[in-house]
Ligand binder design. Structure first.
Ligand code: GLC
Length: 438
């Protein structure tokens, strides 16, 4: 029911946005050119995310920018929460060569897939700023020598856990292995239900059929020694026993330590359940930290974050996530749009976003900033988790990563739903990726 509602809402949002793409397309370009020539206000539209505090933070930044540039009006366009849906929407704009959006917030996995629609920011002075950012992300965003997006914030999967409950049930530290997590989650779930909370679950994560599941499942597989789906040299490695058993392990959680509904969960669903006090463990990105500690949170001061647990490989794995800012090739105001882009991604903005929204900066020196570290101490204590995060195979499979990921998350989803074994899933994934890459 909830899922259906979400899908309907999402497609409604996409439809509305599409209608405006086509209506706005050429007409808008003409209007904007007219406006520029008559030195009236220039309007720039930023397609931004709205997960957690994302949208509000962009709006706040836009207000500052508009005050500094009275001739510019910035409008923030809210886009779907799920990365896969957001890409679907953006592709409609790109296919229409629409000038309705000037700046796009783009996922770390997209540069290779959508580079042809984006400006080379080096031509707009990006070189002045790039050396401040993690070079691996700058490299990720460079396609055929062109910098198609500026790093904005980086992400890595984390294990959130309830410190009060661990203490209550006699555990001195968060789980180091998936086996430990499963046992602890079971015990605490049983205890909390006996104590009267029938809605309590051990572990929540992202199990909907979308890009988020690719991240979660990559973490299970990689931490179990099962590789990273397609290796950087192009080898399709997913069809192996370690990968299969990692998927089977996650399938065994569904209905036991994780609600059946987890198969429809995105980031915000998991966060709402954890933040509402109804889960002991949660896999999520750093943004959930500041919200968990907000005044209206049921778990303020009662949780912490740790690296995700290890499987057979002996170490945990965090998927590398993150978002960039890109300028559309179809923008009618490229120079102005690039200027706004550099402002949004600069030191001050990244600092604010880190402090208010616990979003990881891509500017290295911010990890030594005392204001940032006191708001989000784990940026320092878990620094290695962020720098060693495991990349999805987006560069090696570009421009077909989205197709590869879809095969991966769909087959994994079927395994989680009990429709097939992990062994069958990894076999199918391998065959389908071979077809895509042929
Ligand atoms: C987060 C990550 C992004 C990832 C998405 C999946 O937003 O930053 O890279 O694709 O989650 O849901």
């Amino acid at each position: 029911m909830k899922l259906l509602k979400k899908i309907t809402l999402c497609s409604t949002a996409i439809c509305i946005a599409m209608m405006s793409v086509f209506a706005n397309g050429t007409q808008e370009m003409a209007n904007q050119e007219k406006m520029a020539s008559s030195s009236e206000k220039i309007k720039l539209v930023v397609a931004a995310g709205a997960v957690g505090q994302e949208l509000q933070l962009v709006k706040d930044a836009a207000d500052i920018y508009m005050e500094m540039h009275p001739n510019i009006e910035v409008e923030c366009l809210e886009t779907p929460d799920l990365s896969t849906d957001r890409l679907g929407l953006y592709l409609q704009y790109f296919e229409a060569k629409s000038s309705a959006v000037d700046l796009y917030q783009i996922d770390v996995i997209w540069p290779g897939d959508i580079a042809e629609h984006l400006l080379d920011l080096n031509e707009y002075g990006a070189k002045e700023y790039t050396s401040d950012h993690f070079s691996s992300i700058v490299q990720n965003n460079t396609v055929d020598g062109k910098l198609v997006a500026m790093p904005w914030f980086t992400d890595a999967g984390l294990l959130y856990y309830r410190t009060d409950l661990l203490k209550k049930y006699g555990y001195s530290a968060p789980p180091k292995t998936w086996k430990e997590l499963t046992e602890m989650a079971k015990t605490i779930q049983m205890g909390e239900r006996d104590a009267g909370n029938q809605d309590f679950w051990g572990y929540v994560w992202q199990g909907n059929s979308y890009e988020g599941l690719t991240c979660d499942a990559l973490e299970w597989v990689y931490s179990n020694g099962g590789g990273s789906i397609v290796e950087p040299d192009g080898t399709i490695s997913i069809d192996n026993a370690k990968a299969a058993s990692a998927i089977d392990m996650a399938a065994s959680w569904v209905g036991n330590i994780s609600p059946d509904g987890v198969l429809g969960f995105g980031e915000e669903d998991a966060r709402n359940m954890f933040q509402g006090g109804n889960a002991c463990f949660m896999r999520n990105w750093p943004y959930a930290y500041s919200l968990g500690n907000s005044k209206d949170s049921m778990i303020m001061g009662k949780f912490d974050v740790a690296p995700l647990p290890a499987g057979d490989s002996g170490h945990g794995a965090a998927a590398l996530g993150g978002w960039q800012l890109a300028c559309s090739k179809y923008s009618a105001h490229k120079k102005e749009a690039a200027d706004l882009l550099f402002f949004l991604a600069d030191y001050e903005q990244q600092k604010t976003r880190a402090i208010v929204g616990s979003m990881n900066p891509t500017i290295m020196s911010l990890y030594k900033d005392s204001d940032v570290l006191s708001a989000t101490p784990f940026f320092g204590s878990l620094y290695d988790v962020f720098t060693e995060a495991v990349a999805r195979p987006s560069t090696v499979t570009a421009p077909k990563y989205a197709e590869v990921s879809k095969v991966f998350f769909s087959e994994v989803h079927d395994a989680l739903a009990g429709k097939q074994s992990g062994t069958k899933a990894v076999r199918n994934i391998k065959l389908d990726i071979e077809d895509i890459m042929d």
